[in-house]
Design a protein around this ligand. Sequence first.
Ligand SMILES: Cc1ncc(C[n+]2csc(CCOP(=O)(O)OP(=O)(O)O)c2C)c(N)n1
Length: 281
Amino acid sequence: MNKTEKNQLQKLACKVRMGAIEGVYNAKSGHPGGSLSAADLFTYLYFREMKIDPKNPKEENRDRFVLSKGHCAPGLYATLALKGYFPMEEMKKLRHIGAMLQGHPDMKGTPGVDMSTGSLGQGVSAACGMAAAGKMDHKDYRVYSILGDGEIEEGQVWEAAMFAAHHKLDNLCLIVDNNGLQIDGSVAEVGGPEPIDEKFRSFGFDVQVINGHDFDEIEAAFHHARTVKGRPSAIIAKTVKGKDVSFMENQVGWHGTAPNAEQYETAMQDLNRVLSGLEAE
Ligand SMILES: Cc1ncc(C[n+]2csc(CCOP(=O)(O)OP(=O)(O)O)c2C)c(N)n1
């Protein structure tokens, strides 16, 4: 990708982060940390990788996306809004009763959401089902799913992984947002799922480990995943929880906490600084 294209994606990712913060702040609850860590992955998937059309969200041959770590809905919603599925204004009503954007993705209420998720481990099983259905129906769509590294402590993830490899689901690409932190501690402390790459490899996946904030590496990984035949792909993306908000970066407390007014101002200043820097490039 050239410099201009990369700059475009970086600006979009910054806007995803701003949208997520806006939503969580207005809701006074929600999950900023993991939304920010996955922002570059969301951005690449929706703006470069997936075959989708926001004007026709249910198009039969579209690529599918499942946010298995459903609590990071603010990041997904901000991406969907930027892509044109609904106005960004909806973010201000995040988690309000009756609003379009609920605390976890709801496929019945939000255009662009392919699967309702939130119970960790289940989304990836649904993604496997979609990929298997694609194979059975001789469709050429691909299925993408973002998982948390805390989420992969769920046994169901590994049942799904076994299924995916057994059924040779090469139309399935799992992306682990490997930010090292989960709800109440570091992933290493809480459940110790490492080495994540070797685990997926031993389950029969093609595995790549990348910097999840570097668009060149992200692009190369998704390009490679498309070439893999006869087995599913896993991309282990090393990320920073709370990325680009100074006081949230790598802080476990920002898993599921909303910023207060002062913190909101600081977060927006941080992100505006990033955006201005990118605009000046
Ligand atoms: C089955 C299930 N158990 C517990 C939870 C509560 N929970 C929500 S988020 C979370 C931690 C997830 O950590 P991780 O996957 O690393 O997410 P991230 O850090 O990327 O936000 C937990 C335990 C849940 N949503 N579902």
